[in-house]
Design a protein around this ligand. Structure first.
Ligand code: FDA
Ligand code: NAD
Length: 434
């Protein structure tokens, strides 16, 4: 069986892999030293585009327009770039076995890839309703979104069921972004989720009330406090109805499900230390196994600012962790030291003409400020989270770049807050003083 050997291998070809490849090039990787092995058919791209501009009815984003690293304002790494740098891009190749002791990876065809140093960048996979044995969840047109092939299926379904009815299951990131884009595609959209408000992982009830009101205003019908308990199919095996646990039945031509993701660590189970569902790393993304690093969604790493360890499923961290790991690899080879990873959490989302950013930690008491009336023509508002007398998190909807920078500074500096009332009154002014 064929065997290939590389000094460095990245398993996974998503956001982290692309940013790691760029950092390898910056650090002077030599032709033939690095391989990126991906089960996807295309070179690393900016995944966030898939739930936004990729699905627009007009002027949709398409590759090669959003290969990494355009998302951070950098050069687009087209397939030719990898060739020029002598980086081997091994696409359409799923690794099915990893043996960290013998430093080898194997694909389904039995080909082996040997490495000296491995970066695990396998990201996450979607949770499926079939995993929970929901009746009828295998119907056609019940769709998920993780990779470009999923997005292409969605595009086809949107075309085939033009102006039809969509039910979106889940009230998180995918739920909110997909409901908006389906509405923009002129679908009748109903959104279903079990919690009392959307995005409960991050939003307070006040923040969520704005988005729910805004979505309703745009014609998205929100059904809370229940789940999809089954589906019926038509004669073609396509989804026809969504049965809700509370007894209601919704007609559907398309169902989009976003009920969370699971980090892809299974290849390495029992071979490497895990924590909080991910592969445990230090502040340089080194795992418990020598010469093996893990970055992006799969890494559980020390969050220096908060003195704990966390996993983060967002693009900013996937980019920065990849760069940190590659810097650490080269520093190690040169006997140098680099700074420990000191990450300030940064999440964002865009839908309709809305755009929010969040920095820091959403713990403690929260206070909302500004115009958060969904009926306003130009609503603009934010939130601060206060713990132990300090502002530890900040959220802003509709901020200008300098205003977003100001709230990022607040979350980093953690200034003292005299009272919730003062913060509510001062709003953005408080941030601009930091
Ligand atoms: P990523 O998922 O990007 O890459 C993993 C790669 O590994 C994939 O190419 C996969 O095929 C490959 N792979 C897995 N197993 C393999 C195997 N066994 N063999 C070979 N290859 C394998 N975040 C944010 O902050 N703002 C946003 O707006 C969005 N928007 C967004 C939209 C959508 C649709 C999704 C799915 C996600 C987002 N995110 C986001 C989250 C963000 O995209 C995510 O955190 C990063 O892509 C994580 O980067 P990774 O490289 O860790 O995984
Ligand atoms: P999520 O964790 O954001 O949301 C999952 C939601 O599923 C929960 O809020 C809940 O409302 C819902 N839910 C759970 N069980 C349910 C059930 N049985 N029926 C109905 N609803 C149920 O996950 P997601 O939205 O699926 O996103 C997947 C991944 O993609 C995450 O890693 C996320 O960070 C990433 N993503 C991020 C962005 C962004 O940062 N802007 C955008 C898209 C995707």
């Amino acid at each position: 069986m064929a065997e290939k050997s590389f000094k460095y291998v990245i398993v996974g070809g998503g956001v982290s892999a692309g940013y790691a490849a760029r950092e390898f090039a910056k650090q002077g990787v030599q032709p033939g030293e690095l391989a990126v092995i991906s089960k996807e058919a295309v070179a690393p791209y900016e995944r966030p585009a898939l739930s936004k501009a990729y699905l627009f009815p007009e002027g949709a984003a398409r590759l090669p327009g959003f290969h990494v690293c355009v998302g951070s304002g950098g050069e687009r790494l087209l397939p030719e770039w990898y060739k020029e740098k002598g980086i081997e891009l091994i696409l359409n190749t799923e690794i099915v076995k990893a043996d960290l002791a013998s430093k080898s990876l194997t694909n389904a065809a039995g080909e082996t890839f040997k490495y000296k140093i491995l970066i695990i960048a396998t990201g996450s996979t979607v949770l499926k309703l079939t995993d929970f044995k929901v009746e009828g969840a295998d119907a056609k047109n019940i769709l998920y979104l993780r990779e470009i092939d999923d997005a292409d299926q969605l595009v086809e379904a949107i075309k085939a069921k033009k102006n039809g009815k969509a039910v979106v299951v889940g009230g998180g990131y995918i739920g909110l972004e997909l409901s908006a884009v389906l509405k923009i595609n002129n679908f009748g959209v109903k959104m279903v989720y079990p919690e009392p408000w959307c995005m409960p992982r991050l939003f307070t009830a006040d923040i969520a009330a704005f988005y729910e009101g805004y979505y309703e205003k745009k014609g998205v019908n929100i059904i809370k406090g229940t789940v999809a308990s089954g589906f019926t199919k038509n004669d073609n095996g396509e989804v026809k109805e969504v049965k809700l646990k509370d007894g209601r039945v919704l007609e559907a031509d398309i169902v989009v499900v976003g009920v969370g993701a699971r980090p892809l660590t299974n290849l390495f189970k029992g071979q490497v230390e895990e924590d909080k569902g991910g592969i445990k790393t230090d502040a340089f993304f080194k795992t418990s196994v020598p010469d093996v690093y893990a970055v992006g969604d799969v890494a559980t790493f020390p969050m220096k600012m908060y003195g704990d360890i966390r996993r983060v499923e967002h693009v900013d961290h996937s980019r920065k962790s990849a760069e940190q790991a590659v810097k650490a690899i080269f520093a190690n080879e040169q006997g140098k030291d680099i700074e420990a990873y000191d990450y300030l959490p940064y999440f964002y989302s865009r839908s309709f003409d809305l755009s929010w950013q969040f920095y820091g930690d959403n713990v403690g008491d929260a206070v909302i400020f500004g115009d958060h009336d969904p009926a306003s023509a130009k609503a603009k508002f934010g939130s601060y989270w206060i713990k132990d007398g300090k502002v530890v998190g900040a959220f802003l909807e509709g901020g200008a770049p300098e205003e977003n920078q100001a709230i990022a500074k607040v979350a980093k500096a953690q200034p003292p807050a005299s009272s919730l009332e003062v913060l509510a009154k001062e709003g953005l002014e408080f941030a601009s003083k930091i």
